[in-house]
Design a protein around this ligand. Sequence first.
Ligand code: UN1
Length: 542
Amino acid sequence: MTHVLETGFEIIESDNPDDNVKVKGYNIINGELKLSSDGKLFESHNPARLKDCLGEFPLSTKEDVHDAIKAARNAFSTWSTTPAPTRGQIIGNMGRLLMQYKDDIVRVETREIGKTLKESAGSVQEAIDTCLFFQSEGRRLYGQTVNSELPDKELFTYRRPLGVCGIINACNFPAAVPFWKMIPAIMCGNTCVWKSPQDAPLLSFMLTRIMHESGLPNGVINLVHGKGSGAGQYLVDAVDEGLLNKISFTGSTSVGKMIGEVCGRNLVSASLELGGKNPLVIMPSANIENAVEGAYWAGFGTAGQRCTSLGNLIIHEEIYDEFVEKLMDKVRSTTIGDSMRNDGVLYGPMLSERYATDFLKTLEMCDSSGAIKLWGKGRITSENKPDNFLGIPEEGVYMWPHVYDNVTEDMACFHEEIFGPAITLVKATDFEHALYLANASPYGLSSAIYTNDRLEAYRFKTGIKAGMTGINNSTTGAEAHLPFGGVKGSGNGTRESGIWVIESYSYWHAVNDELSGKLQLAQMDVEEIDIEAADVDYSSLA
Ligand code: UN1
């Protein structure tokens, strides 16, 4: 099967991975396709079929990253003075092109990171929704007119772009998350250097080609590939070198703290979307069937590799046994496999071999915490596979679903994020205890409760410390026009999506216009109204 985009971008898929023609990928700097300055390359492999190599990409050097920043800096003055509605039109074109190419993009996403086709389609749709939302935001980008305390004087506020933004994202939502960042960034008039995720370079290359096909001027978005410890680090170092005005990062809390420190000491803006240990509470009044479905999807959809995936499943003791039994029936029958070749799989492989290695380490942590393992046997092999595994496990990087029981607050696995198909079960004695447990981890990204008691739902909503809360819903599935982000260890309080993200990519400029023809001093030349001077006659009330 051959897919050719109008950009001349050709992807050939075959049932035999040996036949697949590798894409020769490039950095895109000032609109030009560039190899790395030292010619070094790395490969992108399909985690469902490791022999399937999607392409070769430049392992960018410091020089390449600096070239990309230079291009973004040069493009800034023209782009930031381009009328915002025109910038919005180009963003609208991107949305329409993404719709046109959606099926191809979805297949590349599934092939590159192993998500099911349905989930990849969701991620691409989230990128489309973001473009369509911000197309019209280009016609708003409102400032305010403000009354002055002095006569014949006007006050205004304007949103101004920050400058050059460094964009670093994880590979699990390789279309949605970079678009959450770059679309509002360019809508506000900024330019960007995007360090693609190491495990999704082909998709990032394809998206950047499409952005240029949409009419984006050269240099507004510059793409560099490479590793976090290479190109990613060079981009962060550029903050210390005074070359960047913003970093937007989605990834681990430890890397986010490092980026926050670098940005902090340079007074440079940072948007940090970090880890989560998202709690889901199940109360006795809940519709148990719905709750089981929501918990199962939150824990094991996307092979648990969303930052909003379920962490601690907190179940009221009254329904604990019944709930766990129903949940385990589903867990035991989970269908796992390559969604490109099998219908009906709940989840596919890990995002890459690296994610698999990290996940296995967190399983060791769960085991040594003292939690009781109800289900799961690590990596799936031909000799060690669940009943509903489809295909040949050794072809890719597949994991069993894991459930740990008897988890308590004193255990490491109660507090640490597990990025993969594993959940931890925690027993609560009553609502107050459940809420306490839901707040007891160091994170505060997403959260959810299943209850049919309105007062409980209200108390959860007001008592939980989290950026996002689902009521009778799973912890995942935020929509593209609500603020996305967390509190505590999950971020620095910035938000993505909807109108709220604009705060993170612009600063407020206050302007006053003196029309009186003379110098009027604020606070000092303001007419004073003396309370004593007010001549009020109360005698009629007597
Ligand atoms: C992420 O995992 O970084 O809310 C993003 C959700 C998705 C986005 C997840 N819409 O689960």
